[in-house]
Ligand binder design. Structure first.
Ligand SMILES: [Zn+2]
Length: 170
């Protein structure tokens, strides 16, 4: 297993924390000098905050750990290709590299739909990007969450129908 894959596994562990509380499983770790300095997992529902993506929370934690908003020398590992908001934040924080698992051709902003990490004159920073690291495993983690959510919704509807038929029988 490569070093990138090892750190992606740790990002997947963060994603698992999201899944455990019913959040879409996306996780992120920030690494510097071969060491994890910050972690984050998606908490949009928990915090009722649409900006609480795994990357945003991990970047804030990394800035606190470093004591600077500049994350030079850092690599950010995230299980899914960052969206435009997170890609914008990444360019502002200036990590050296961004490594993601699942490519997102529809909404990804690191080369999938658009690429905000490459040649960004107003922000004047360019991150190296690597996608598809443990992509299949990250995708399975993601899709199994939605499969379970669909099954739970179906079961809920079935119960509601059952209760409704009981009510009418009373
Ligand atoms: Zn995002």
């Amino acid at each position: 297993m490569t070093e990138d894959e090892q750190f992606m596994l740790l990002a997947m562990r963060e994603a698992e924390k999201a899944r455990e509380v019913g959040e879409v499983p996306c996780g992120c770790v920030v690494v510097r000098d071969g060491r994890v300095i910050a972690r984050g997992w998606n908490q949009v529902e928990t915090l009722k905050d649409a900006t609480a993506h795994a990357e945003m929370l991990a970047l804030t934690a990394a800035e606190a750990a470093v004591g600077d908003w500049r994350l030079e020398g850092c690599t950010v590992y995230v299980t899914k290709e960052p969206c435009p908001m997170c890609a914008g934040a990444l360019v502002h924080c200036r990590p050296d590299r961004v490594v993601f698992g699942i490519p997102d051709p529809k909404g990804g902003a690191c080369g999938g739909w658009i690429n905000l990490l490459d040649s960004n004159p107003p922000l004047n920073h360019k991150c190296a990007v690597q996608g598809g690291v443990l992509g299949d495993a990250c995708l399975e983690q993601f899709q199994s969450f939605f499969r379970a959510a669909r099954a739970a919704a179906k079961e809920r509807k079935r119960r509601e129908r059952e209760e409704a038929s009981h009510d009418s029988a009373d």
